[in-house]
Design a binder for this molecule. Structure first.
Ligand code: HEC
Ligand code: HEC
Ligand code: HEC
Length: 462
């Protein structure tokens, strides 16, 4: 019984966690582009809490980028309601103002610490790791409580975010217990006495409140981050969060300390000598994988355009110079680790455009179940790689699975536990055609592409 729970837990998390950064990336990044972003409310002393205490809490709230997720476009700070989309349904960030009924007004100090360090709700159920508690668990009790003291100084809001409703079986919070037991360390940050105070401060911010690894560290099959691959770069919703170790090609090896600090403060790194070489620095590549820099000759030339723009705007740009420096010192001191190869080369059947879009759609809607390389996850999700149903000359079965869901015949089900949702109302003919073509042409599959006309014919039942 217990064993089963563990396996289920790992499975569900594989799906949810592989989505978590995506979430932070998509909606939140859009929200930050709105000029109407309300500022973080100023600190005010109240009750037994001094001005200095509340200022301290406000500052740490910035370092944790709590607003990035607990604010929806057009909402008031910390009211929550930001929609984080996953293929299994939408997770809404909660109201964390001190409202007694709809916020966290009834949380004790212990409740607050348990939520952020252990991912456990006051009623004993687990939180989804869309709340980055695997990082926040490193943060000292007193720093988290200072954040609570600041949040409790704010005006309570009676806004009630929509209920999070994930499709079965992904709404079963209990399944997360198993995962937490396996992958959550529940350990505070331990300073390294052989390093400087500045280095340790940087490490504390990067690994704890800054939750940089939530986006920059690749995840294994169970959705957990791997210690030995920490900060070596990962794909998020079509964006690439680059390697932050001192690796030279893809990482920060050729960045100077001040360039890194400037990037965190402004979202741009444009060394002066570049102008002399006649290059324009604003010509960062567009679309996915933008934000990489152009090699070592001119140093980094990069601008935060995607998810990182939000992190810079709401969090890093508001931190003290001393803390940005500490982060840079720590990052620059990390040994170089090569970026794991993630991006496969483009299959010959697909145009570049369709390949990029297919990968994006696949990561967003399919990889949570069928996994990043179409390898599936026994005994729940069939592999798409090497699957005859996928590569039959007549694409009818693949397209039907996408339009209507699967199994078509319940007695032939791949797994008694899970079904494949239908995507017919979510995606249009072109998107379904691109997805079908993408899975027919990747991971060694080699079947002809599917056209939007074929999809629309099957939709009409021709
Ligand atoms: C990447 C997005 C993200 C960030 C960053 C984030 N949160 Fe959250 N937070 C969430 C989500 C999503 C939930 C709800 C999880 C669930 O329903 O299981 C949540 C839940 C919470 C809860 C529990 C609320 C309740 O009603 O049970 C608290 C408290 C909280 N967050 C505080 C914070 C603080 C403080 C920070 C900054 C240090 C922060 N969060 C940063 C996404 C985020
Ligand atoms: C929500 C996901 C997310 C989080 C959290 C995040 N990053 Fe990023 N970061 C990205 C992405 C994606 C890029 C690629 C550029 C972009 O998004 O515009 C990036 C780019 C960068 C770059 C530029 C690297 C290069 O080679 O161009 C640096 C430096 C960086 N991040 C540092 C950090 C640090 C330090 C933290 C933690 C304090 C952090 N990031 C947290 C997603 C994230
Ligand atoms: C919630 C998990 C889930 C998601 C998300 C999901 N699938 Fe599935 N998929 C399944 C399951 C379970 C089956 C097996 C159904 C059965 O019993 O026949 C399946 C079957 C299939 C099949 C038929 C394979 C076969 O052997 O019969 C194809 C093709 C397929 N999925 C493609 C996709 C694509 C493309 C996406 C993204 C748009 C996707 N799936 C998203 C769970 C999922």
């Amino acid at each position: 019984m217990r064993d089963l729970t563990l396996r289920h837990g790992a499975l569900v998390l594989a799906c949810l966690l592989s989505m978590a950064p995506t979430l932070a990336g998509t909606d939140a990044a859009d929200a930050s582009n709105q000029a109407s972003q309300p500022p973080l409310p100023p600190a005010k002393a109240y009750g037994k809490f001094t001005q200095a205490r509340i200022e301290h809490g406000r500052y740490l709230t910035l370092a944790g980028d709590c607003l990035g997720c607990h604010l929806r476009p057009g909402g008031k700070p910390f009211e929550g309601g930001l929609a984080l989309n996953t293929p299994f349904g939408t997770i809404y960030s909660p109201n964390i103002t001190p409202h007694k009924a709809w916020g966290i007004g009834s949380f004790s100090d212990q409740d607050f610490l348990r939520a952020l360090q252990q991912g456990i709700r006051p009623d004993g159920k687990p939180y989804y790791p869309a709340l980055p508690y695997p990082s926040f668990t490193k943060v000292k009790d007193d720093d988290l409580l200072a954040i609570k003291d600041y949040l409790f100084s704010l005006e309570p809001s009676d806004y009630r975010p929509p209920e999070t409703q994930l499709r079965w079986p992904f709404d079963l919070r209990d399944l997360l217990f198993g995962w937490q037991e396996l992958y959550l360390s529940d350990q505070r940050f331990e300073p390294d006495p052989s390093k400087s105070e500045e280095w340790n401060r940087g490490a504390y911010l990067v690994e704890g409140l800054g939750h940089c690894g939530a986006c920059h560290t690749p995840r294994n099959l169970a959705g957990a981050t791997e210690a030995h691959e920490a900060l070596t770069g990962a794909l998020i919703d079509g964006w690439y969060a680059p390697n932050l170790t001192s690796e030279l090609g893809d990482g920060l090896g050729d960045w100077r300390l001040h360039e890194l600090i400037t990037y965190m403060r402004s979202g741009e790194a444009t060394p002066a000598k570049d102008a002399a070489s006649g290059q324009t620095n604003t010509s960062a590549p567009h679309g996915p994988q933008a934000g990489s820099h152009n090699g070592s000759q001119n140093g980094p030339v990069t601008a935060a355009l995607g998810p990182m723009a939000e992190v810079v705007h709401l969090s890093l740009s508001r931190l003290a110079d001393s803390d940005l420096r500490a982060i840079a010192v720590y990052l620059k001191d990390r040994p170089a680790i090569e970026t794991p190869r993630q991006a496969p080369s483009r299959p010959h059947q697909l145009s570049e455009q369709d390949d990029i879009q297919g990968r994006r759609l696949y990561r967003h809607y399919c990889s949570g179940c069928h996994q990043s390389h179409g390898q599936g996850l026994a005994p729940y999700f069939p592999a798409l790689r090497g699957n005859e149903v996928v590569t039959l000359p007549d694409p009818k079965d693949v397209v039907s699975a996408l339009l209507l869901g699967a199994p078509a015949d319940p007695t032939q089900a791949f797994s008694a536990h899970v079904v494949m949702p239908s995507f017919g109302s979510l995606l249009n003919d072109r998107q379904i055609a691109i997805l079908a073509s993408y899975i027919r042409a990747n991971w060694g599959n080699d079947a002809a592409p599917v056209t939007p006309e074929q999809v629309s014919q099957l939709r009409r039942g021709d």
